[in-house]
Design a protein around this ligand. Sequence first.
Ligand code: ATP
Length: 206
Amino acid sequence: MRLRAWKQDHMLKIGLTGGMGSGKSTVARIFGVLGVPVFEADAQAKDLMNRDPRVREAVSACFGPEVYREGVLDRKQLATLVFGDEARLASLNAIVHPAVRGAFQAWAMAQQAPYVLMEAAIMAENDGFRIFDRVINVSCPEAVRIQRVMARDGVGEAEVRARMRHQASEDQRDRIAHLRIRNDGSELVIPQVLAMHEQLLQMAAA
Ligand code: ATP
């Protein structure tokens, strides 16, 4: 990463989102190769549900202590409890999302870089995106995303559609985005990421 004069309090916080199968993890990996610190919200959420005492307590209080088996979260059991139950899903999100944002802020403070990225599938669904200086949306039409997830995970179309049901629409994500990476196969992704990296470095140095 190019070194420039920048201060910790000027470090930019960038949100990277995209629908399921849009390729946001792929794009995040490219930023990672460029030396950009990347915080993976999904992985961190899993970790917090297992390791953060306050999150564990809140999850146990909400869903029953039996969701932890021998101290480890039984994700299948939790998924069964929230599946198709909007209120329970909202309760889980109300516990996990603020904890993830807090962990991201603490993590960002410890980074030495002009900008850092948080990769998260869920960003347009609540007002959590407001913590970012800029939001990047990795865009791709739903039909292509469904095909990719079917191929990646070896599952059928109905299952992919069911998983996507709780995600914001392409339009909602586009509305909160300041920057866009098109990953529908019509444009090469690496040159788009390189150009955006330059743009973000310039923004951080301004
Ligand atoms: P999820 O939200 O489900 O984790 P994601 O947005 O992180 O999905 P990826 O896992 O990065 O998406 O990509 C989905 C699949 O599509 C992967 O198998 C990936 O290798 C593939 N893929 C990503 N970009 C492209 C592309 N431009 N062309 C073809 N395949 C792609």
